[in-house]
Structure formats: C-alpha cells, structure tokens
Design a binder for this molecule. Sequence first.
Ligand code: NAD
Length: 457
Amino acid sequence: MITINNPATGAVLARLESDRARSVREKYDQARAAQPRWAATSLRKRLDAIQAFRDGVVAQQEKLARTLTEEVGKPIRQSRNELNGLLTRLDFFLAASARSLREQKVFADEEHKLDERITHEPLGVIANISAWNYPYFVGSNVFIPALVAGNAVLYKPSEYATLTGKHIADLLHAAGVPADVFVPVIGDGLSGAMLLRQPVDGVFFTGSYATGAKIAASVGRRMVKLQLELGGKDPIYVTQDVDIKAAAAGVADGAFYNTGQSCCSVERIYVHESILDRFVDAFVEEVRRFKVGDPLDEATYIGPLTRRAQIGVLKKQVADATRKGAKLLLGGHAIEGKGNFFEPTVLAQVDHSMLVMREESFGPIIGIQGVGDDDAAIELMNDTEYGLTAGVYGNDERRARRILDRLHAGSVYWNCCDRVSPRLPWSGVKHSGIGLTLSTYGIQAFTRPKAWHLRAA
Ligand code: NAD
C-alpha cells in the first residue's frame, strides 16, 4: 500500500495497492506476450496512437495540471508549462520518428552484388523507472519513443507521482496503446526492485545517483541495455561583460524554478570578482520577489518540496556552509506548518569545502562564489562528481565557446540555463548517468540496430 500526500498541506490524496512479486510477474508475462503483436503493427498506426494521446492530453490539460500540483506541489503555472512542454516533445517524436527508424541502405556495390543495410529492431520489453520532479517530461522521453519503436513498456512512476502516472496510462490506453503493451507498475522502490528482477530487455531509469548505482550493479551482469539519467550539480559562470540585472534574473529562475527540484537546476554560481557584489545584490533582489506559498495560487513561484526528507538535507547544507564561513544572505530555514516549505536561500562567500557546492541540493537554495578569471572558473565548474549541464553568461560568444568547450557536461549553455530541447540529446557524464534520451539518437536508443549483409547469388 502507498499513501499519497499533498506536500503543501499534508492531506492524504489517495491510498493505493502496490504491486508485489506476483502481480509484477503477471504484468511482465502479459507485456512479453503482447510485444510481438505491437511490433508487427505499422509505424503509422503506432504514431496515430501517440497523436491520439496528444489529443487526450490537450483535452484534459487543466485536470492533469491540477493533479500534478496537488501531488508533487509544483506551482500550477509550472504544471501547465510542463504539459505544454510535453506537447512540444510529442510533436518532435511525431515528426522525427519515421526518419529515425527507417531502414538505411549504407552501401551498394554492383560489381560484387553487395548491399549493406541497417534496420532498427525494437529491444522487446523494457522497464521504465521514473522520477517525480517532471513526470511528464522524464517519462515521455522514454515511453513515447520506446512505444513508437515497437517495444512494450513496464512503467513504474515514482511513488510521489503515482496519480500522474495513472493518468498517463489511462490516456495512452484510451489512445489505442493496448493495456498489455503499456503497463503501469505501482509502488515504491521495492516494486521497482521487483520489476528489475523480471527478464526485461532494457532498463531505463531516471532518478538519483544512489539508486542508479544500485540498479547498475544489479542489472550489469544481465547484458541488457541500461540507461541512467541521474542527478547534477550544475554550475553557471557569470563573466564581467554582462547586463548584470538580466543575468541575475535568468540565473535566479534557473536555480529556483520548480522549487529548485530540476535535474538541471542551477546548483552553483561563479561570478567574476569585478562584478561579484553588484551581481549578488541583483540576484538577492530577484529571489526576494519570488512568491512562496500555496502551489494552486496562480501567483506562486515557489511551492513545497515534494519529499519532506529533503528539508533535512537543506538544513544540513546551510548549517555546514555557515559554520565554514559562508554568509547567509536570504532564507535558510524550513517554514513551520504541515507543508514541506523551505525559504528561498542564498549563500555567498561559499567554497568547495562546503556541502552546498558539492552535493545535489534539489531545493530552493544556492551558493555564489567569486572567481578571478576564466581558468579558475573552469576548474571549479569541473570540480564535481556530476556532469549534466553547465553554462556561461557573457556578451562575448568566442570567449563563452572557449569556456564551454572545456566543460565536462552533457549539455552546455550560453546565456541560458535549466533548458531541455527535444531536438538535442539529453545526457550526462560522470555520476549524471549513461546513455541518452531525446533527439533522433534518443529515438534510436530504444532499438537494436541490425546489420544486413546481402549478396545476390
Ligand atoms: P530516486 O532515485 O529516489 O527514485 C527514482 C525511482 O526509482 C522511483 O520510481 C523509485 O521508486 C525507484 N527506486 C528506488 N529504489 C529502487 C530500487 N532499489 N530498484 C528499483 N527502483 C527503485 O529519485 P527521485 O527522488 O525520484 O528523483 C530525483 C533525482 O532524479 C534527482 O537526483 C534528479 O537530479 C534526478 N533526475 C534526473 C533527470 C535527468 O534527466 N538526468 C531527470 C529528473 C530527475
């Protein structure tokens, strides 16, 4: 049994039966039996189902946004943004799948009557274990291209986004994806672990490094495709030739949007010393303006933390930083009450001995550190176990590109941050994960390229 609480009020929203060993096995068996039929339907028919899913999302958008806000605490405007972003992703998959999956003739030699081709075979039955912070984004990055490519999907939404996961399943089934081809598995990490005991053909996980590492260790020996989209400690470097106010506004949004609970939230800020004080003042002024409160209120920008346990992580980071000499400029405390609220928090005079600059915060808290030059900034930005995204703010494109070229991250940004595009591959290096989603590569990721060597007699 899992209990779903509203993180803004503590109220119980639902109690649901969890899947356990037997039901997970039955679901796996159903998906295994159904997958060849799904793969044998035409690509056109599978894409029609995704188009119908898109129509269903549009028709129910406000209801879906409200469930997301009630369940994970995402401010309602940001829930609507996530659903609009989902539609953009669906449009990309609808437009790009046929060309990504078509058979390719890569060589023809008439003299030797030789023909070489590549086809994209579905993997089979895949497990998709998902996170709660952007359930529509991180889920659809996996299950949409997986279904389009002809796979069956056992989808385990996070226990913190289960009602959203059930909406997704209902909408896909109503759109024509058979119930035994897209199969939700309900529950917490235990249900996830049971799912991974099934002989699936691929494991696609989005979540923390700690869980990802456990999954990698247990799945590694089975020689099936494994993709892990994990956490980050994403840095931004603000050079001296910027419009300080505009840069402060952009970076503050990147750090505090979704209450700082994005995998690519800005988690560390480095600022050229010559503008440090002015930048810090402008930044604090921006953050002061963010309205904290009821996520159903249209004006709210910062809602509750989805998981209550994260409050302890943030308190520990603040205490550690201030003990080591950081200056607390704003916030720093949990807000008393039934909801999981934490004040937007800005720390200055931080350094890399502090947890706030080393460990994923995943909340409304940020550290700002001054740097003397580009080399020092690059060294600090790369001084992390993670490598999801990194960015530079400044007017000089050549300088920015020189810096970005030396950053170890899956995505790099110039004058923007906390941004994902369906047209570009989404991946991380080091503890941020292995494999990728999105872009045409992220469609082919759900296939096994098969090599055809054909020689006419
Ligand atoms: P989590 O690791 O706690 O849980 C993720 C999922 O794994 C959940 O569905 C959970 O039930 C399941 N799980 C837990 N233990 C398991 C086990 N032993 N076996 C199988 N499944 C298990 O992560 P979370 O709190 O849901 O998500 C937050 C984390 O996800 C952050 O670190 C964030 O940066 C990361 N994230 C990364 C991306 C990305 O694209 N790189 C996107 C979103 C979130």
